[in-house]
Design a protein around this ligand. Structure first.
Ligand code: 5AD
Ligand code: SF4
Length: 481
């Protein structure tokens, strides 16, 4: 075991990955070093229960840690995230290695708690309380990355019938705009070219009582104007919270990429109502039309749940029709599964799992065909990719780099006889081939100038108000909201 060393195992979404990154960097700031699980003095399992039955996964991760550390009682194991929040003290078993539980809002105190627990081997700590407002975590400095993910809000107030998030991540808390901007500036200074703003319901930013008068569109305009930024994205918005100004931002803000992940969940109005989504299929289609009027090349992605309680074959057919009509370039789709404590867990008319699986397969094959068709259309097009690192597969005598185009599609660029590190570079390319989910490209000219944007969406808004991120009361596009 290496003294003052740590290992973090992460499950789940980008928010969780971002939390793990912060924890790792702040432990490094306190003199800890990274290590393999077998050698680490501190092992953190950062969990997610949004879609998976988490208990078994966490139990097997804990077994794995116990095996590789041979149950060494000096090893401090922490469970963070959704599962810690849900299972609480049940995770402290007699003689077990778990001595720390970290909830979403407890993360900020985790580095201090880890130091305290190492000094006091008999102690156990639970950081599961929800705080009243977004607590700043303090800046941490990491190795520069081309794409910086910056959290702008925590939690969610929507209580969609199937979703555990409001219970595990708590109520919505917007982060102060000044802190968001400060972190964005710092990450750009480190070398990031793209910023992705993160939150469970990003476009409701500022609408909770913790807001400081900033609106989502105001914040977007402020971030878009930061020097050094080439690309801006955000995830995840709720269709019902898409304001008119959020739509027009796609025409106004040059760095805002023409790609939006817009969770549909179901194409059936009956199911949407039972899910508590507060929009119907017509609202969603209107929104899509409006987005495409603003940015005709807009690429849309989505999330879909199949087999929600009561979903009939006709409801599922409505979902397939919507997927067709919206021409999603990609979708994440899941079979519904009960989450304890949610409303849908109590709905009586559960769909047979075999039927759900069969529907999921049909949906995914429709999506695969759509994706293939949309990607094939890209062959021959000129675009620009931001290189995120080397591709996993390399050919002899060549170097292959992996990045994304403005539409968020992964693109591989193969170079021969060039050993320069392309990470973080913006490269003009021509798409040469489409694969199932990715594109292949060839370099088309010299590297782009430091601040250039290849595909301009329109002029940058210059008329920022006095509180730069403030805005007018939101007018939602979906009338039902
Ligand atoms: N069952 C299946 N999928 C779910 N999701 C959230 N909760 C559930 C559940 N209980 C999916 C939704 C959401 C994504 C993050 O996970 O599609 O958008
Ligand atoms: Fe969950 Fe998203 Fe609904 Fe919030 S808006 S409850 S995070 S599905």
């Amino acid at each position: 075991m290496i003294d003052k060393s740590f290992h973090i195992i992460t499950f789940g979404c980008q928010m969780n990955a971002n939390d793990s990154r912060w924890l790792a960097l702040s432990l490094e700031d306190r003199g800890f070093v990274r290590a393999e699980a077998a050698d680490a003095q501190v092992v953190v399992i950062n969990t997610c229960s949004v879609r998976e039955k988490p208990e078994q996964k966490v139990a097997s991760a804990l077994d794995g840690v116990r095996r590789v550390t041979r149950g060494d009682p000096r090893v401090l194991v922490a469970v963070a995230g959704c599962v810690a929040q849900q299972m609480g003290g049940k995770l402290f078993s007699p003689g077990g290695q778990v001595r720390l539980l970290i909830g979403s809002d407890g993360l900020v105190r985790a580095p201090g708690a880890i130091e305290q627990l190492l000094a006091e081997p008999e102690l156990r700590l639970s950081l599961l309380d929800f705080t009243d407002s977004y607590e700043e975590r303090g800046q941490v400095r990491g190795a520069p990355v081309p794409v910086a993910r910056v959290t702008i809000m925590q939690g969610c107030d929507n209580f969609c019938a199937y979703c555990i998030v409001p219970f595990t991540r708590g109520r919505q808390k917007s982060r102060a705009a000044a802190s968001v901007l400060e972190e964005c500036r710092a990450r750009l200074k480190e070398g990031a070219r793209e910023i992705c703003l993160l939150g469970q319901n990003v476009n409701a930013y500022g609408l909770d009582r913790h807001g400081d008068g900033s609106t989502f569109a105001g914040l977007l305009a402020c971030v878009a104007a930061l020097p050094g930024l080439a690309r801006l994205r955000y995830v995840t918005p709720h269709p019902k919270d898409m304001g008119l100004e959020d739509v027009s931002a796609f025409g106004d803000l040059a760095p805002l990429c023409p790609r939006l992940h817009l969770p549909l969940q179901s194409g059936s109005d009956t199911v949407l109502k039972r899910m508590g989504r507060k929009y119907d299929s017509r609202d969603f289609l209107n929104l899509v039309e409006r987005l495409r009027k603003t940015r005709p090349d807009m690429a849309l992605g989505t999330d879909i749940i199949v087999g929600f309680p009561g979903e009939s074959e006709k409801d599922f057919g409505d979902t397939l029709n919507m997927v067709h009509a919206c021409e999603f370039v990609s979708s994440f789709s899941f079979c519904y599964s009960d989450r304890p404590g949610t409303r849908a867990a109590l709905f009586p008319d559960k769909v047979d799992p075999a039927v759900s699986r069969e529907r999921l397969a049909r949906l995914q094959s429709l999506q695969d065909a759509l994706t293939r068709r949309l990607l094939e259309k890209r062959v021959g097009q000129k675009t620009e990719i931001l290189i995120e690192g080397r591709s996993r597969r390399q050919e002899a005598g060549k170097t292959s780099w992996q990045g994304r185009d403005p539409y968020g599609v992964p693109v591989h660029l193969v170079l021969s006889g060039n050993t320069e590190d392309y990470t973080g570079k913006m490269v003009p390319v021509i798409i040469t081939q489409s694969k199932k989910y990715t594109l292949m490209a060839q370099q088309a000219g010299g590297l782009c100038a430091e601040q250039s944007n290849f595909e301009k969406a329109g002029p940058l808004r210059k008329d920022l108000p006095a509180n730069p991120c403030a805005g007018k009361a939101k007018k939602n596009f979906t009338p039902g909201a």
